[in-house]
Design a protein around this ligand. Structure first.
Ligand SMILES: Nc1nc2c(ncn2[C@@H]2O[C@H](COP(=O)(O)OP(=O)(O)OP(=O)(O)O)[C@@H](O)[C@H]2O)c(=O)[nH]1
Ligand SMILES: [Zn+2]
Length: 199
């Protein structure tokens, strides 16, 4: 059974001024080193915590690439959870599960005119290879079966419910539009049915 391996306090965020605990886990079957950040001891309070399942995006999270909105969503989540508390699952599912090098291949195809899903399909992958089983196991390891989920993605909501996590509220992220990611966000909305909340 998945259980917590280590819990260490540190500070995070763009100014390194937000306190959080970083957790690692035992028995994750995929062998992927997923981690959780727990803000304001959200797992110890007697209420449904804010939760974000963030899929790894090296290009967006680290380099703040113009092609997507992942880094901004991550920063927004850290800020929000620093204030309100919450649990951020950082899932090692780069490129919606196809891996970094395949995502870079997909970006090449997108530079030639394909959209994000067409590029995946052209490489022989489905639209989205992610599976949230381990995310649900991590939440259960923290004793969490009722949560408030931060997402615009209906697939995440559906799958997490199916995995036995009850979602009492869905909280959208902002639409982080910038030069270069407009088509990506539009395609997520039209094809992936993501719900964006424009300011
Ligand atoms: N294959 C592929 N993956 C991408 C691309 N752009 C971003 N990603 C990956 O997509 C994942 C983020 O998923 P999104 O579909 O953008 O958003 P989401 O996290 O499912 O939905 P939200 O919870 O609403 O943010 C990360 O793993 C990124 O690496 C792309 O063009 N191709
Ligand atoms: Zn990204």
């Amino acid at each position: 059974m998945v259980n917590v391996r280590a819990r260490v306090p540190f500070k995070v965020g763009l100014k390194s001024n937000i306190s959080a605990d970083l957790l690692s886990f035992n028995e994750l079957e995929s062998g992927k080193e997923h981690v959780a950040l727990v803000f304001r001891d959200a797992d110890k309070r007697n209420e449904a915590p804010l939760v974000r399942m963030h899929s790894e995006c090296l290009t967006g999270d680290v380099f703040h690439s113009s092609r997507c909105d992942c880094g901004e969503q991550l920063d927004e989540t850290i800020e929000k959870m620093g204030e309100e508390g919450g649990i951020l699952l950082y899932l090692r599912q780069e490129g919606r599960g196809i891996g970094l090098y395949n995502k870079i291949d997909a970006y090449e195809l997108q530079s030639q005119g394909m959209n994000t899903y067409e590029a995946n399909n052209h490489l022989g992958f489905g639209d989205d290879l992610r599976d949230f089983t381990e995310a649900a196991q991590m939440l259960k390891a923290l004793g969490m079966t009722q949560i408030r989920l931060i997402t615009n993605n209906p697939k995440k909501i559906r799958e997490l419910e199916e995995l036995g996590i009850s979602i009492t509220e869905v909280v959208g992220t902002k639409a982080h539009v910038k030069d270069g990611n407009e088509n990506y966000l539009k395609t997520k909305a039209s094809h992936g049915k993501h719900r964006f909340h424009f300011d």
